[in-house]
Design a protein around this ligand. Structure first.
Ligand code: FE2
Length: 361
């Protein structure tokens, strides 16, 4: 099938945060990232600072404003810490930007060169939902490590085996899901892989709808959620209220050994959503034989789901920010290309228990 908007990969995920130093330290010491780059006053950047964190193919940047009145500071004051950029590496930035804009995207930055003594990188950006952008970049021929103005850092973390980003999920306002689905189809040539309606994703109290969009080469997967009317406030409504509109709800991180990854995260104090023990009593009936020891999965709270192509294991952290907004999924795919539909009900009931404690159900 023709790829209408070739994207090589998610290049990096950038967060806007109040304090990039403490965010970098947290993700280094819990999720086991290496801190490999820094920019700020010491590298000649006068009004913001940031850190590059890496683990295998995954790159994450934390950026913070250094002065009051900085436009970033206003965004952070409004949203709290949030994912601001899901950056794409592309073959041709000028073509990608011009094509996206011609197909209806709003430009966030015109194509321009960013340079240092190691060479130059072509960059541009387009707006997507909320205050999130997609930077478009190409560093072919650039001799530096990441991007100009980043100084190399050598602060290794203790890896937990995260290999890459699997998918990034956006929450959008009621009635907006199909608009953003169409935007990803029209502008970036994405295809709708799977749709879930409120019959798939509902509990006694809340429901939501979701469509999974994938890039032409299938490497970039973006589920998009919107709330559906329920008896009580859905987790998507809670997100939209506390974030202040549409934004990135969770980032799913790919591992090839989920027992190891989750054991390390738990040992370092990361908290996860939990499901009742009865979930594991019914597990074999639901998913059949699996390689893992179910007692070990139950101890760690890891969930399992099966589709036509295989099975997957997954778990969700509690929000990693003060606001009940951003969280992470750890996912291990054993053939399955789906997203854990069989776990939705148990998960949402778990989220509702957390919401009840927060008084936001
Ligand atoms: Fe997910």
């Amino acid at each position: 099938m023709e790829d209408l908007f070739p994207i090589r990969r998610v290049d990096h995920i950038r967060h806007f945060v109040n304090n990039a130093r403490s965010s970098a330290f947290y993700y280094q010491h819990t999720f086991g990232f290496d801190i490999t780059g820094f920019y700020g006053l010491e590298t000649g950047v006068k009004d913001e600072a940031g850190y590059l964190l890496e683990q295998n193919n995954l790159r994450v940047v934390f950026s913070a404003p250094l002065r009051p009145g900085h436009p970033m500071a206003e965004k952070i004051a409004y949203h709290g810490d949030f994912v601001q950029d899901i950056a794409f590496e592309v073959d041709d930035v000028d073509w990608a930007h011009a094509t996206a804009v011609a197909r209806g995207a709003k430009s966030a930055a015109e194509p321009h060169w960013v340079e240092d003594e190691h060479g130059r990188v072509r960059m541009a950006a387009i707006h997507t939902y909320g205050d999130v952008v997609h930077t478009l970049l190409n560093r072919d021929g650039y001799k530096g490590h990441f991007l100009p103005n980043f100084r190399p850092e050598n602060q290794p973390g203790d890896s937990i085996g995260i290999k890459d980003v699997d998918h990034c999920v956006g929450n959008v306002e009621l009635g907006k899901m199909n608009e953003w689905v169409k935007w990803y189809e029209d502008v970036l040539g994405f295809k709708n892989l799977i749709s879930f309606d409120d019959k798939d994703i509902s509990t006694d109290y809340t429901s939501l709808m979701s469509k999974v969009m994938a890039s032409g080469n299938g490497r970039v997967k973006f589920p998009i959620n919107e709330p559906a009317p329920g008896k009580k406030k859905s987790q998507i409504d809670e997100y939209l209220e506390f974030h202040g509109g549409a934004g990135v709800q969770h980032v799913a991180l790919l591992t090839e050994d989920i027992v190891y990854t989750v054991s390390r995260l738990r040992a370092r104090g990361v908290q996860f959503l939990s499901v009742p023990k009865t979930y594991y009593e019914m597990l074999t009936d639901r998913v059949g034989e699996i390689d893992e020891d179910i007692d070990v999965l139950a101890d760690l709270g890891i969930l399992v789901d099966r589709d036509d192509e295989g099975y997957l294991l997954q778990i969700f952290t509690k929000p990693t920010t003060d606001r009940p907004t951003l969280f992470y999924e750890i996912i291990h795919r054993k053939g399955a290309k789906s997203f854990g539909k069989g776990n939705f009900k148990a998960l949402f009931e778990s989220i509702e228990r957390e919401q009840a404690v927060r008084g936001t159900l």
